[in-house]
Design a protein around this ligand. Structure first.
Ligand SMILES: [Zn+2]
Length: 462
């Protein structure tokens, strides 16, 4: 990958700590110096280093999405994700590192899952990536395999599911063992918190009553089901000392349940998703089965839940803003659930839209500062999963991953002009202000003014 030197000139550099006018000298894929043109020269920037004009722009560290499914075989139908389409879409949207989950619960063991994900990503991903390891059960063999992944591959995090029997859901006994292991090896444990027994029971009750449309998906997994999962997971985390990370918090009730454990568990971390902030359950109520386009879990909630999540994201109770990117086509995939909402594949895309939506509807709407956006969507994911300060900030020695955003201009999200290639976009019609003038990965401009400008498949695992 070519990483020629560049002088990023005239922008305002935004990190989690500060927002200051500054130029950057980048060379050999890293940031060499930050400051005035004189400071860059004093640091050794050669005369004649080509400039990249960032006047009027905010210069962000490359954004990191800590929760993406870029490869996901499922029992009924696989997500429309590949590392090729996910990473391209991510880069168009200012995200330079994605974090995926190695393992779907269908592979016979962890080494098989690990190598399947390697095959899916290597030479295919255009952005950098990082893996959490999915653990569905516990025994001596799992323990041996995990120890090797931690020691030899640098794994820092595990993913468990309380929901989704029989492929993914973990038993309470095994949950305890996984958390004990995580505590011993200082790993963060990400957990999907929904009760595995209540969801299918509620689904059956609704279906028997003839409530079969996508609008019944949310009532089958109400906030109390999520709050129960959060409470159980954090109870086990408190009992074992493991560091817990609650993925995709969607409701005020789950947020309040998590808050009760602050100070009683080590380093409580909470994540929410851009869709919970901007979309609500009226989407799934759209007529003629169109609501299936927004079926995902935990489900979209109410405006009151949105307000609670925005407030917690701004004040520091929620640590990260991700997507749970897991797109499906409407025709042929979402439509599998016609007549039975429990058969609608769960998930939507968003890896391309997350940051631009957060800039327009969060930062420009004064719900979140630009610095706080960097914190929740770049610095914190890097810190929590061991990539900081290589990723997640703009400082000498950091990777030259940059998202240079020009606040000028307006457009509307339309599936035809996004880059994922699915047959619909869940954010269709939402307005956006501004655009990315350039997105750089380790010094290489990958996207400039809406055009992909680099060879594909050059990402690396970090
Ligand atoms: Zn997920």
């Amino acid at each position: 990958m070519s990483s020629d030197a560049l002088w990023i000139r005239g922008g305002t550099v935004v990190t989690a700590e500060s927002e200051t006018p500054a130029d950057l000298w980048i060379a050999d894929g890293t940031i060499r110096a930050v400051g005035t043109p004189e400071a860059l020269s004093a640091a050794g920037m050669p005369p004649g280093t080509p400039p990249l004009d960032a006047a009027g722009c905010l210069v962000f560290p490359g954004f990191i999405d800590p929760h993406v499914h870029a490869h996901l075989p499922l029992p009924a139908t696989s997500a429309r994700s590949t590392y090729a389409n996910t990473s391209r879409a991510a880069l168009y949207g200012g995200t330079t590192t994605i974090m995926d989950f190695a393992g779907s619960g269908l592979e016979p063991d962890l080494p098989t899952a690990w190598s399947a994900w390697r095959t899916a990503a290597e030479g295919q991903s255009s952005c950098d990536w990082h893996w959490h390891v999915t653990v569905t059960h516990w025994n001596a063999r799992v323990r041996r395999h995990l120890e090797r992944l931690v020691r030899e591959e640098g794994v820092t995090s595990l993913k468990i599911y309380l929901a989704y029997k029989p492929t993914l859901a973990i038993s309470d006994e095994d949950l305890y063992q996984v958390l004990m292991f995580a505590n011993a090896f200082d790993l963060t444990v990400l957990c999907h918190c929904e009760n595995a027994a209540l969801v299918p029971a509620l689904q059956r009750r609704l279906l028997i009553a003839g409530k079969t449309g996508p609008e019944w998906h949310e009532p089958s997994r109400p906030p109390m089901v999520e709050a129960e999962g959060v409470t159980r997971f954090l109870t086990f985390a408190a009992a074992t000392g493991a560091r817990p990370y609650v993925v995709h918090v969607s409701s005020r009730e789950a947020l309040d349940a998590a808050e009760r454990f602050r100070g009683r568990v080590r380093d409580l971390r909470l994540e929410t998703m851009i869709h919970y902030l901007l979309l609500d359950s009226t989407c799934t109520a759209r007529p003629d089965f169109e609501g299936a386009k927004w079926v995902l879990s935990p489900p979209l909630r109410t405006p009151d839940d949105q307000a609670a999540l925005w407030a917690a994201l701004a004040d520091g109770r929620i640590d990260t803003l991700a997507t749970d990117h897991c797109p499906f086509d409407y025709e042929g995939q979402k439509t599998l659930g016609r007549g039975d909402f429990s058969k609608i594949p769960n998930g939507i895309g968003g890896v391309e839209e997350r940051i631009e939506l957060a800039l327009t509807h969060g930062v420009l709407a004064k719900k979140l500062t630009a610095r706080r956006l960097v914190e929740v969507a770049s610095a914190n994911p890097a810190k929590i999963f061991g990539l900081y300060p290589r990723k997640g900030t703009i400082a000498p020695g950091s990777d030259a991953d940059l998202a240079i955003w020009d606040p000028a201009g307006e457009r509307t999200i339309a599936n035809a002009t996004q880059h994922l290639g699915t047959d619909y976009n869940p954010y269709e019609g939402l307005p956006l202000r501004g655009h990315f003038r350039a997105v750089l990965l380790r010094g290489t401009p990958m996207v400039r003014d809406g055009r992909f400008t680099a060879p594909e498949g050059q990402g690396i695992r970090v």
